[in-house]
Ligand binder design. Structure first.
Ligand SMILES: C[S@@+](CC[C@H](N)C(=O)[O-])C[C@H]1O[C@@H](n2cnc3c(N)ncnc32)[C@H](O)[C@@H]1O
Length: 249
């Protein structure tokens, strides 16, 4: 089941269980919506756990209904136009896009990672791609450090893509594309960089094996590729303990 469906089932089932428990044990609780919502949160979190959802979903289920009630009360107390809620939802959607599907959240490679990565580039001009380039900050750093190389970023989340596109307009050696990196052929590139999550790594490894030219380099920030020998692991030495896993095709 997809993570969103699991969450929906947990919320609905949690709601039904909580309503039955309250009805049987303590019906007056229905008059205290925040407490009833907290009971629903606990039931939803337990259902989610039973369905095998990752642990961080528990906190979301515990907080979801109580937070929804609290925010809606705050909205009516402060007379906030409900359109603002819709606008916030739309903004979050445009930034994070289908994280539920890709299972790749948005976070950024730092300056120390860019410095470590630039040392991996050959001395000759080469082509580099960042799969899921976010707001393009890594590529902008690389593009200014190596003006002789060409850099491509591909991103499917609309707002980070737009930001990356606008911020890279002045750079002649940096191209930002909108789209799904699973549809991008990897054979033109000498170095493929990915900072994703553990979930897509087996698929990415298979794609890299099938499409990358022999002798080119796949570099994965933090998440190891599946069933491939790592040529080199570079500890970047930053506060988050970034490790770059490098695989020669
Ligand atoms: C962890 S961020 C890394 C951002 C950037 N590469 C960096 O290192 O600073 C992963 C990015 O991949 C994007 N992404 C995930 N799946 C994608 C896909 N199938 N096609 C394009 N972009 C994708 C996400 O929207 C997110 O911006």
């Amino acid at each position: 089941m997809s993570p969103l469906r699991t969450a929906l089932v947990a919320q609905l089932l949690g709601g039904a269980i909580a309503a039955s428990l309250i009805q049987i044990a303590y019906p007056t609780l229905f008059a205290a919506p925040l407490i009833a919502a907290a009971v629903q949160g606990i039931c939803a979190a337990l259902v989610s756990h039973k369905l095998g959802a990752p642990k961080w979903w528990l906190a979301i289920h515990l907080a979801f209904l109580p937070a929804t009630l609290w925010v809606s009360k705050l909205g009516s107390d402060l007379n906030i136009n409900p359109t603002w809620y819709l606008a916030c939802f739309a903004a979050l959607l445009l930034i994070f896009w289908r994280t539920d599907k890709s299972q790749v959240p948005l976070y950024f490679s730092n300056a120390a990672t860019a410095s470590a990565l630039v040392r991996l580039l050959p001395n000759l001009p080469c082509r580099v791609v960042d799969l899921g380039c976010g707001d393009g900050r890594l590529l902008r750093r690389l593009a200014s450090m190596r003006p002789d190389c060409s850099f491509v970023g591909i991103e499917h989340a609309p707002l980070p893509w737009l930001w990356a596109k606008l911020a890279s307009m002045q750079r002649r050696n940096l191209l930002i594309r909108y789209g799904d990196f699973w549809r991008l052929q990897l054979d033109p590139f000498d170095l493929v960089y990915a900072f994703l999550s553990p979930v897509p790594m087996p698929r990415l490894t298979a794609k890299a094996r099938a499409e990358m030219r022999s002798g080119t380099l796949l570099v994965s920030n933090s998440f190891a590729a599946a069933d491939v020998n790592c040529e080199l692991s570079i500890e970047v030495g930053d506060r988050r303990g970034t490790v770059l896993h490098c695989y020669r095709m």
